[in-house]
Design a protein around this ligand. Structure first.
Ligand code: C2E
Ligand code: CA
Ligand code: CA
Length: 529
């Protein structure tokens, strides 16, 4: 049929009720349950057969028939739902399409309400689909319309989301309840650019606690992919084409039902949504945070970086950019052993609902600096959660330098202790600030000392290892060490047997010249007995 033919028989079509509703069910891909359906109009022309909406909707819009058609469809839908209720058919909420032309008519919603009341149909059996293109009249106007629908109890869906009418700004201003996303972005290339766009939209919708129904899903791989990125509600040929009333009733009778619920739930005390708003204090803090911070998601043993701040890049000092970290380094460059440490910490944080800390070594590769091994201290906490997915906030600190220094020290200490063994001397380390003493293995073995002695030297004075007449002198030595003495030495008769030993201390200082550690040794002096 050409346009003129159509226009010529529109009146007759309305009179003879040639417009018929088809229903396309929507499913939860996780459990196969029906969550709703969409009513789609068909024009069953007695001579020309079924006419698809794609062929006449825009004509109806330009010729001024669209509102009449939409109210017709709405009435048929109310009638259908009323029949289901009367015949105890376990129906689902069904959405219907509202053209943007309808929205500019003052009494459109009032007319809807008159029809709905005529059938005494509770509003929760209906859902309104507004195309994103309705926002051309301005977000503010659309927001008011949605508000009005909400005040009457309607669930409002944003249809064809992402089709190009400044989607993001619409979402910011218009509080829709469900987003409908068309698979068209993904045609033929799952995981490509389309995939990145779709997954970002789904994530964003999740942060907004807005469920997403993805339309036009034809292949199981597409449905699985959508589920993997957090969108499990599917409408498409994979499950069912739009079907006439009798077939839809069969579907209603055979499948289990479910409801569409927000995917990601946030922990109340922390408003994670704000992390995604560029104008909030949270973002300001995040970006200018003194610490290197990241937001990542965790699901089934896998980490995915979602956002990192500038400090995070600096902390890794590998000349990487945020994108590279999010795309290439999202697995955090951990080997098996370190990954286990990290994941265990993540699990602990989920359990404790509190901050947890770990230190892991990472193999970072960057184009300019090549390979490097970094030791990263991470403090992390859960800030959001879905069924099996968690959102984390983490701060990191590059402690490689300190760690290497510690390793050197540890190795030196080991050497020191071994040397002690071989040179027939007793030695120990004294932590000046904490007054902790760590004896060598020989002291532990021969003198029965504990591996760590607190409040040194009191316990050894008490035990008689240091004779009472030398106790005050020995206490004074430790005070001198505190005050910066570089070295001390004297012959002291040790143990209850008063065996003469040459006891020495030499202190170590930090870069500010403050003493922090002293090494003590005691060497047997044979001829002084
Ligand atoms: P829409 O609202 O985006 O509806 C979805 C369209 O995608 C439907 O086309 C549906 O049959 C089709 N579709 C669903 N699953 C798949 C799939 O897996 N693969 C493919 N290739 N297509 C799929 P349909 O029924 O031809 O409707 C086209 C458009 O006409 C609708 O797009 C809607 O904008 C408009 N329309 C339909 N009924 C009405 C109505 O009662 N009022 C108004 N104003 N517009 C309507
Ligand atoms: Ca639609
Ligand atoms: Ca659509």
């Amino acid at each position: 049929m050409n346009k003129d033919e159509m226009i010529n028989c529109v009146e007759q079509a309305f009179r003879e009720r040639q417009f018929r509703l088809y229903f396309q069910p929507q499913y939860n891909h996780t459990n196969g349950r029906m969550i709703g359906a969409e009513a789609l109009v068909r024009w069953i022309h007695p001579q020309h057969g079924i006419q698809m909406p794609g062929d006449f909707i825009s004509l109806f819009e330009s010729e001024g028939y669209i509102t009449r058609l939409d109210l017709y469809v709405f009435e048929e839908l109310c009638k259908f739902q009323r029949d289901c209720l009367d015949h105890h058919i376990d129906t689902v909420p069904i959405s219907f399409n509202v053209s943007r032309h309808d929205l500019y008519l003052e009494n459109f919603i009032d007319n809807m309400e008159i029809i709905r009341k005529k059938y005494n149909l509770p509003v929760n059996f209906l859902r309104v689909e507004i195309s994103e293109s309705a926002a051309v009249g301005g977000n503010e106007y659309l927001a008011k319309i949605v508000e009005k629908f909400h005040s009457l109890g309607y669930i409002v869906e944003m249809d064809d989301f992402g089709s190009g009418y400044s989607s993001l700004s619409v979402l910011k201003d218009v509080e829709v309840d469900i987003i409908k996303l068309d698979m068209i972005f993904l045609r033929g290339k799952i995981g490509g650019r389309g995939g990145i766009i779709i997954s970002s939209i789904v994530r964003m919708a999740n942060w907004l606690k807005t469920p997403v129904i993805v339309e036009g899903v034809e292949m199981i791989a597409q449905a699985d992919y959508m589920k993997s990125i957090g969108c499990e509600y599917i409408q498409g040929y994979l499950y069912s084409k739009p079907v006439p009333e009798d077939e839809f009733i069969k579907l209603l009778n055979e499948v289990k039902k479910d409801v569409a619920t927000p995917y990601m739930k946030f922990i109340d005390t922390l408003n994670a949504e704000k992390f995604w708003d560029p104008e909030t204090m949270e973002t300001l803090i995040f970006n200018n945070f003194v610490s290197a911070a990241a937001i990542f998601s965790y699901e089934n043993g896998e980490i995915e970086m979602l956002r990192v701040n500038e400090k995070y890049l600096k902390e890794l000092y590998m000349n990487l950019n945020q994108k590279e970290i999010i795309i290439d380094h999202k697995s955090l460059d951990l080997d098996e052993k370190n990954k286990k440490i990290y994941i265990d910490t993540v699990k602990r944080a989920i359990e404790s609902n509190d901050y947890e800390t770990c230190e892991t070594w990472r193999n970072i590769h960057s184009p300019c600096c090549g390979e490097d091994k970094l030791c990263i201290k991470t403090v992390l906490q859960v800030i959001g959660r879905a069924e099996s997915q968690y959102l984390f906030f983490a701060t990191i600190q590059n402690i490689t330098m300190g760690k290497n220094m510690y390793m050197n020290l540890y190795n030196n200490e080991k050497k020191f202790r071994t040397a002690g063994e071989q040179l027939n001397i007793y030695c120990w380390e004294y932590e000046i600030e904490t007054k902790e003493m760590r004896p060598c293995s020989r002291c532990i073995r021969d003198l029965g000392l504990a591996p760590l002695i607190k409040n040194y030297p009191e316990p050894v004075i008490e035990s008689g290892l240091f004779p009472a007449d030398y106790a005050d002198m020995y206490r004074d030595w430790h005070r001198q060490l505190e005050n910066g003495a570089k070295s001390l030495d004297a012959i002291i008769p040790l143990t209850t047997d008063r065996i003469p030993f040459h006891v020495r201390y030499s202190a170590e200082f930090d870069e500010n010249g403050r003493p922090y550690k002293a090494y003590g040794s005691a060497t047997f002096v044979p001829n002084e007995k």
